[in-house]
Design a protein around this ligand. Structure first.
Ligand code: AHR
Length: 321
């Protein structure tokens, strides 16, 4: 090789090394909350599929619902010098210190499906979430429309205390029903987004409300708690979906199964594909320096029994829920 050719080859190699990482070369750490719901299980499996499609090495750490485990996982991802960190924050506060460490290490953080307090806005690159206030509002408006002018006592199953989605879904629902004096939330308690807790809390609501006869509707911050509540109502001899209206959030296959059986009425869909848009945003950021918008919003769609629930169940049941 001539000296000129040698120089050209060396320059080409140097250029290649200087090029930012391609998606296929990325290693991303994902601090996942746990597996509290069918939706969460689907989010984890869809994240793996989306990463595999893009040949990204996605390391998932399951925090088993504990913020301290999430903080440990983030520190370990920083120590491994990953290319980016995805975080589904179990609660909205207490992230500043660890996210500052990620920022100092120049590792971009993307929030998935839940938000953190506004004080932490500078500490992450983007958040891929739905508008959870809107989800609550959609649920409240559907209920107001369905009930009409009739007096309606509602019981509410809240999500995990301190989670952005629980705070926001409550806020959106409360604001929507505040316009209707005939609608009133008579009991509200956390069911921690789980089926078992949803059932247990619903049993206590039924007991406290004279065997459930004074309950007109159940609003649950996710479908899993509603599935548990439906079981509790049936065991108490009540007819969910007929005597007691139900509205919840997620659109998991089991709620469509309940709808098809006439035991549930409405759900607001939350896509489990938060990772796809997040992976694309990180790839563009790493490869071209493209800064994504601060919020990548996913769609929230209302489904009712009029939407052929059996067909939706059949189409969703193999998707990792
Ligand atoms: O953050 C999203 C919520 O978390 C889902 O609605 C719920 O099912 C999950 O546990």
């Amino acid at each position: 090789m001539t000296p000129k050719a040698l120089l050209a080859a060396a320059a080409a190699t140097a250029m290649l090394l200087a090029l930012p990482a391609k998606a296929a070369e990325l290693t991303i750490g994902f601090s996942q909350i746990g597996s509290e719901s069918g939706w969460r299980a689907a989010e984890t499996s869809v994240s793996k599929q989306e990463a595999a499609k893009r040949k990204v090495n996605l390391k998932i750490a399951d925090a088993q619902q504990k913020q301290e485990n999430q903080i440990k996982a983030i520190r370990s991802f920083i120590a491994q010098n990953v290319d980016a960190i995805f975080l589904a924050p179990v609660v909205s506060t207490g992230w500043d210190a660890v996210l500052k460490e990620a920022k100092e290490a120049k590792i971009p953080v993307v929030l998935l499906d839940r938000d953190i307090d506004p004080s932490g806005k500078d500490l992450y690159l983007t958040a891929v979430t739905s508008d959870s206030v809107h989800e609550g509002a959609v649920a409240g408006e559907w209920l107001a429309k369905t009930v009409g002018g009739k007096a309606c006592n509602i019981v509410e199953l809240q999500g995990t205390v301190g989670a952005s989605v629980a705070t926001n879904r409550k806020k959106g629902f409360d604001t929507a029903i505040a316009k209707h004096a005939n609608l009133k939330v008579v009991r509200s308690q956390t069911g921690d987004f789980t089926r078992a807790k949803g059932k247990e809390v619903m049993e206590s609501f039924i007991k406290a409300e004279g065997g459930g006869k004074s309950i007109c509707a159940v609003y649950a911050h996710n479908d899993d708690m509603m599935v548990g509540a439906i079981q509790a109502m049936k065991e108490a001899g009540l007819k969910p979906g007929k005597e007691i209206l139900t509205v919840s959030i997620d659109a998991v296959p089991d709620i469509f199964k309940a709808m098809a059986a006439g035991e549930a009425n409405a759900t607001v869909e939350l896509t489990p594909n938060m990772a796809g848009p997040a992976l694309d945003a990180i790839a563009a950021f790493k490869e071209k320096g493209t800064v994504p918008p601060k919020w990548i919003q996913t769609e929230s769609k209302l489904y009712t029994a009029a939407d052929d629930p059996q067909k939706i169940y059949d189409s969703k049941k193999g998707l990792g829920y």
